[in-house]
Write a protein that binds this ligand. Structure first.
Ligand SMILES: *[C@@H]1O[C@H](CO)[C@@H](O)[C@H](O)[C@H]1NC(C)=O
Length: 364
């Protein structure tokens, strides 16, 4: 999850190497659950990262890149992948670096200044670098993008830095807010919500990992996926509940879905995913050239009214009263879904698929 950008969380990016890579390994395996017709492979990127990529749909179809958020995986897009494939599109959903069956950052070269800062390899520049390298590896010049939560933040960065690679974007949950030179996003969040606010708590390496280990991976996933409180998310220093907490699954998550997420985070741990939050400072530092920058890509934005990201002070005015449109002049449509929480593409799979398809059709 990620807060609906206080000024400054969103920003971007840097040149990525665009060497075509011959090392794509085709491995056709089925994932858990009812995700038939989805194939899987590993793509070796020129950034040194190995991305696990799930794909569906006809090879000749226009490509739709699907970017997941925290704490999720490619799997969050399983419903949209089938819908897109049925509509003739080729859906491509990676596990982003540090997640699931993808590798983390490539080891820093010996003697590199940031060799002892693994989170420094998770800035918007690095993650967008992976996406550009992925498009190059796939032989795709321009793609449609649909993205949620941290994926949406990354997609905004991709659009800022490489608008030439994006035909149109459907962003879920996280609106674009431009970088502010005045204040680092983490400082803004701390001033607003205090030290127990989850993004502030995540900053310190190891502390949240310990708390998640105390609760157990499955319960942590349950707590996140089940979070439907429109208020801010706190993970108090005194503890995020008990390992014995009973957290019912929302109706739109099956036991099998939970098992898939849990098994992957059991294997990787949470550190890779948490590193995105820990790189916010470095991203802010490196993206000063994009202060107050405008996004020049056609966009549709969808959000649930119960989403914590829709309840950040000031965000509704920003979204509806001209601020968003000023920084995203090609913003075509804003959809607010009633009685819907944060994990909108899983909670309202058909509606979200229809929104994506009806929007990108205009540009295909
Ligand atoms: C980012 O900077 C803020 C202070 O501006 C600090 O509180 C926070 O711990 C920093 N995060 C990391 C990961 O160093």
């Amino acid at each position: 999850m990620v807060i609906a950008c206080l000024r400054g969380i969103c920003s971007c990016c840097c040149p990525a190497s665009s060497k075509p890579n011959p090392n794509n390994q085709e491995t056709k395996t089925m994932a858990a659950g009812d995700v038939d017709q989805i194939t899987h492979r590993t793509v070796e990127l020129s950034t040194g990262v190995r991305l696990h990529v799930a794909e569906a749909g006809p090879a000749g179809g226009a490509t739709v890149l699907l970017l997941h958020g925290f704490p999720e995986l490619w799997y969050t897009w399983r419903h949209q992948m089938r819908a897109l494939a049925a509509a003739g599109y080729r859906a491509v959903a990676p596990d982003l670096r540090g997640y699931g069956d993808s590798s983390g950052a490539a080891p820093a070269p010996a003697g590199a200044a940031d060799a002892d800062d693994p989170a420094g390899q998770y800035t918007a520049l690095h993650v967008v670098g992976d996406l550009v390298a992925l498009l190059d590896a796939l032989g795709e010049k321009r793609v449609f993008v649909a993205a949620h939560d941290w994926g949406a933040l990354t997609a905004w960065s991709l659009c800022l830095f490489r608008p030439d690679r994006v035909r149109a974007l459907v962003a879920l949950s996280v609106a674009y807010t431009p970088r502010s030179a005045a204040r680092k996003p983490v400082d803004g969040l701390r001033a607003l919500y205090g030290d127990d606010y989850y993004i502030c708590r995540i900053q310190e390496p190891g502390a949240i990992e310990e708390e998640f280990a105390r609760l157990g991976t499955e319960l942590v996933i349950r707590k996140f996926l089940g979070y439907r409180n429109p208020g801010p998310l706190f993970i108090p220093k005194s503890g995020w509940g008990s390992p014995d907490d009973e957290v019912p699954l929302p109706s739109w998550v099956t036991e099998e879905d939970l098992k898939y997420y849990t098994s992957k985070f059991e294997k990787t741990g949470f550190t890779g995913a948490l590193n995105y939050y820990r790189a916010l400072n470095k991203t802010w530092e490196l993206t000063s050239p994009w202060t107050a920058a405008v996004i020049n890509v056609p966009v549709k934005f969808i959000i649930g009214d119960l989403d914590l990201t829709y309840n950040t002070p000031g965000i509704q005015d920003f979204i509806h009263k001209g601020g968003f449109k000023k920084f995203v002049p090609l913003l075509d449509d804003v959809v607010v879904m009633k009685d819907v929480g944060h994990f909108i593409n899983e909670e309202k799979p058909e509606e979200v698929s229809d929104h994506i398809i009806s929007f990108i059709e205009k540009f295909n």
